[in-house]
Design a protein around this ligand. Structure first.
Ligand code: THU
Length: 160
């Protein structure tokens, strides 16, 4: 038996004002997209903004459905749109913002497991890290310079 240690690094910013301007602008676009979320069942609104290496910014939000599992998270709504419209572009950065309408969400909300898997696919496809910033409606912002911090043991195409 042996033990393998995996380390993950995150930067924590006190608030959105502490971010570089380009990143806070991207987060502002995610926040705008969040307000267009369709989340009548959970009342939990999520916005995503994706910066591509061609300068395009793609935004998305969660889309829920009366048949609950048919809904889709903000991250996947945005990343699949980016992949479908700009298949050759690399994803440089993602800004994610999430919060409940029932109470104030002031802690950073990381992407769910399914979204981590979806983001991992593109990080591996483009052979370049995706820089991810995530936050609640307000408060601290966390940064992971690669998706691999969030999903250290990834299932990926090389095993197929
Ligand atoms: N949600 C996202 O959009 N992204 C995540 O990473 C976590 C969850 C959405 C799905 C659902 O519409 C609501 O938040 C509550 O789970």
């Amino acid at each position: 038996m042996k033990t393998i240690k995996k380390e993950a690094y995150f930067e924590v910013y006190e608030n959105i004002e502490e971010l570089p301007t380009a990143v806070s602008d991207l987060m502002a676009q995610a926040a705008k997209a969040r307000l267009r979320a369709y989340a009548p069942y959970s009342n939990f609104l999520v916005g995503a903004a994706i910066l591509l290496d061609n300068g395009e910014v793609i935004t998305g939000n969660n889309q829920e459905n009366a048949s609950y599992p048919s809904g889709l998270c903000a991250e996947r709504t945005a990343i699949y749109y980016a992949g479908s419209q700009f298949p050759d572009a690399k994803i440089v950065q993602m800004a994610l913002i999430a919060g409940s309408e029932n109470h104030k969400t002031t802690t950073p909300i990381p992407p769910c497991g399914a979204c981590r898997q979806a983001i991992a696919e593109y990080e591996i496809k483009q052979s370049a890290p995706i820089d991810i910033y995530f936050m609640g409606e307000s408060g601290e912002v966390m940064r992971s310079q690669s998706l691999s911090n969030l999903l250290p043991l990834v299932f990926e195409k090389s095993v197929l």
